[in-house]
Design a protein around this ligand. Structure first.
Ligand code: PMP
Length: 415
């Protein structure tokens, strides 16, 4: 084991942490499960599973309606979870947090609502060449509908945004810059503070897709200065079906609702409806109550471990894995940015990613193969797809050894 990881072992007991995750003790095809698809979705600690069970078994009720005990209690827990999200993201006011089903719905909400309020014919929106489709397609649709133009920040061969080109794209026509904090396809960590500052200097607003950053590092939306910041619970050890978006209150207040119906109104007559203030205005219908409670527990769990400890340990895992895979002949790492999250995308000369991941699965190793919902990124790097090993703080260096060994077997098989 490399020295940095041994040093971390004292501060960060990964064996103990693994005991929190029941699924990790499974075997697959007779081999210990090596779960390296954390960028797709993460596993849940026992604490989250148990909190959800207890809520459903003993405390479940609807929220925001009714004055009886179960409803009051559920509403209190629900709003406490909103506060936990606000604290995790460094938001000033929990009312700036709107719950959605995840990042996809969060970006669609902003595209629809901010877009219809602030984007007009001739305006421009800027994304980058390394965005998830969730941060690409909603802007394409909006631009088409409003007669606006979509512009794209190019990346260099390492997968880093070219900031000089970004600056050239900004103008008084730019309404919004929408980029990810961490690329799910390459692992690049983008300089979002600088990106935000430059956008604001041009009078544009900024949305950060935080789907891949919130599980791995401390976030402070006020320090970043961005106008919107999204997240997905299922990538941060919480249940699926819940996520959300931080937005500055001054913007939420100006924005029209996206989905309409119950819970988002102030008054309804048959002639006219007035809307509730944010965040309720953007949370029509009965929300994912149980999932929100699970999200709150997952945040408590992350805080107990400490986001800085998580970031430090995962960095040493990334360095170790990068070194191991770099030593393999016929393997090319795609995405070699200076600042990266714990994710390694790679292509083999010998085999297609779909074959690679199928063969790795024979060794119990779960790795993703495909375009990762980032086809424009794949096109930029001249590949149809990559294999991607994405790590979490419960992964061990030994699992990366197993990955490297299994990849060597694949190469041998195809050569
Ligand atoms: N953006 C990025 C960078 C992602 O990695 C993902 C999920 N792979 C999404 C957006 C979409 O998130 P969700 O599927 O949770 O809505």
């Amino acid at each position: 084991m490399p020295e940095t990881l041994m040093a971390d072992k004292a501060a960060f007991d990964v064996d103990k942490i693994r005991q929190d995750f029941p699924i990790l003790s499974q075997t697959v095809r007779g081999k210990p499960l090596v779960y390296l698809d954390n960028a797709a979705t993460t596993q849940k600690p026992h604490r989250v599973i148990e909190r959800v069970r207890r809520f459903d078994a003993e405390e479940y009720g609807t929220v925001r309606r009714g004055a009886y005990r179960l409803c009051e209690h559920a509403t209190q827990l629900f709003e406490e979870a909103r506060q936990k999200v606000a604290d995790l993201l460094g938001a000033g006011d929990k009312k700036e947090i709107v719950f959605t089903s995840g990042t996809t719905q969060a970006i669609n909400l902003v595209a629809y609502s901010f877009g219809r309020r602030f984007v007009n014919a001739g305006d421009e929106i800027i994304i980058s060449n390394i965005e998830h489709h969730a941060n690409t397609v909603p802007w394409q649709v909006l631009c088409e509908e409003r007669g606006a133009r979509l512009k794209v920040i190019p990346v260099n061969d390492a997968g880093e945004l070219i900031l000089e080109e970004y600056e050239k794209l900004l103008s008084d026509k730019t309404r919004l810059v929408a980029v990810n904090h961490v690329s799910n396809a390459l692992g690049t960590v983008n300089p979002i503070r600088e990106i935000t500052e430059k956008a604001h200097a041009a009078g544009a607003r900024v949305l950060i897709d935080g789907a891949q950053s919130t599980p791995h590092m401390k976030i402070d939306v006020r320090e970043i200065g961005c106008d919107f910041y999204t997240f997905s619970g299922h990538k941060m050890y919480a249940p699926s079906g819940i996520g959300g978006v931080f937005g500055k209150m001054e913007l939420w207040q100006e924005m029209p609702p996206y989905v309409t119906g119950g819970d988002m109104i102030m008054t309804v007559t048959l002639e006219k409806t007035t809307y509730a203030p944010p965040p309720a205005r953007f949370e029509a219908g009965t929300p994912a109550i149980t999932q929100v409670i699970g999200l709150g527990e997952a945040i408590d769990y992350l805080n107990d471990i400490g986001m800085d400890n998580i970031a430090r340990y995962e960095k040493s895992l990334l360095d170790y894995g990068t070194r191991l895979l770099s030593e393999i002949d016929g393997l090319r790492i795609i995405g070699t940015a200076h600042d990266k999250a714990a994710l390694i995308s790679f292509a083999l000369d010998a085999a297609h990613p779909h074959d690679v991941v199928t063969l790795l699965d024979q060794d119990g190793i779960a790795v993703r193969g495909g375009h990762h919902c980032a086809q424009p990124t794949m096109a930029r790097f001249g590949v149809p797809a990559t294999s991607r090993a994405s790590m979490a703080f419960y992964n061990k260096p030994e699992e990366l050894d197993a990955l490297a060994e299994s990849i060597r077997k694949v190469i041998k098989l195809f050569s």
